[in-house]
Design a protein around this ligand. Sequence first.
Ligand SMILES: NC(=O)c1ccc[n+]([C@@H]2O[C@H](COP(=O)([O-])OP(=O)(O)OC[C@H]3O[C@@H](n4cnc5c(N)ncnc54)[C@H](O)[C@@H]3O)[C@@H](O)[C@H]2O)c1
Length: 372
Amino acid sequence: MIIGCPAEIKNQEYRVGITPATAAEATLRGHKVLIQSGAGNGSGFSDSEYTEIGAIIIDTAEELFKKSEMIVKVKEPQAIEREMLREDQILFTYLHLAPDLDQTNDLLKSGVTAIAYETVTDRNGGLPLLAPMSEVAGKLAPQVGSWALQKANGGLGTLLGGVPGVSPSEVVVIGGGNVGVHAARVAAGMGANVTILDMSLPRMRYLDDVFGSTFKTAYASTANTANLIKTADMVIGAVLVPGAAAPKLISRAQLSTMKPGAVLVDVAIDQGGCFETSKATTHDDPIYEVDGVIHYCVANMPGAVARTSTIALGNATMPFMLALADKGWKKACADDSNLLNGLNTHKGNLTYAAVGTALNLPVITPEEALSL
Ligand SMILES: NC(=O)c1ccc[n+]([C@@H]2O[C@H](COP(=O)([O-])OP(=O)(O)OC[C@H]3O[C@@H](n4cnc5c(N)ncnc54)[C@H](O)[C@@H]3O)[C@@H](O)[C@H]2O)c1
C-alpha cells in the first residue's frame, strides 16, 4: 500500500503521524511510505532520517494526498486538506467529529474511509490511541504546575519536594485514571505529599494495591474535596465522564478558601474543565490568576513535548496502521472489532452512532459499511 504522511498544518501542532521507526516497519513489509518534506521537523526527525529507512520525501501536500492510498496524520484534516481526500482513500488520524459538523460533512462528501484514533478500542473497553496522550499530559501536569508555583509566575513560591527541614508541598489530584495516576506518580517522585480523589472504589482499590503508600487515596465527596483544597499547594484536575462535559468540582467561591498562590492545573480543560474558573489557554500564554489562585489550562498539553508525544502515539498506532496496510481496511476491520470501532465514515455514510446522535445525522452500522 502507498502510505502518506503530510506535515501537520493545525496551529501549534508539532507532532507527526509517522515516525522513522514506524515508517521502517512499513517499508520492511513492502509498503511504500511517502513523507511530506519537513513533516518530522517539529518532533526532531529530519527528512534524511526517513530516507535512510527507505521512505520517499514528497515536496507538497497536494502531491502526497494525490499519490497516497492511506493518509496517516495526527490532527483532524483541516478544510484545505479535506478538499484533497477521495473515496478510494483511507484516513487514519484523530477526528473528534461529534462537535464538528463542518468536518463531518466534508468527510462524508469526500467519500473517504475515515478511521478515528479516539474511537479505536482495546479488549478491556479502553481507548488505546487516546491513552498515550493522557499519560503524557499526566506526567507533564506536576512539571508545569511546579513551574507555575514559582514566585516569578505568581505562585506560592514552594518547592514540590521541600528540602531537609522544610516540608514538601501538598498535591491533590482529582480523578485517578490515566492522567491522574501518571500525575500522582511524578508529583510523588518529586517528593510531594500526594492525594488522589476518585469516585470509583474499584479504581481506588487498584491504585492502593499497585502503588501502596506512594500516594493516598480519598473518596471524591464534596466535603473531602473542600477540605483537601484548603491545604493544597497544587490541585490537578484529571476527571473524565465519558461522553459528557467535565463536572465542575471547585467553584469560584472555593478559591478564597485556598492558599494565595496555590496552583490549579486543569488537564480536563479539553472537556470544558473541572474548575468553574477554568478557561482554555495556550502554550504561548499558559497561566492566569483568579482570586489569587494561578490557573494552568492548556488544552493540548502533549504538544509541549512533541517528540515524546509523537513517539508514544506512533508506538500505539503502528500495529493498527500496519494491519490496515497489510490487509486493506475491510479485512483488517473484519478481523478486529476494536479497529472496526474506529470506523467513522465510509463512502459518504456516517458509521459512528455517537457522532450521528450529536450531529443529528443518519448512521449505518460499521458492519453494514463492511458490505458496501
Ligand atoms: N489537556 C490535555 O492536553 C489533555 C491530554 C490528555 C487527556 N486530557 C483529558 O484529561 C481527562 C482525564 O483523562 P483520562 O485519560 O485520565 O481519563 P480516565 O477515564 O482514564 O480517568 C478519569 C477518572 O476520573 C474519575 N472521575 C470521574 N468523575 C469524577 C468525579 N466527579 N470526581 C473524581 N473523579 C472522577 C473516574 O473514576 C476515572 O478514574 C480527560 O478529560 C481527557 O480528555 C487532556
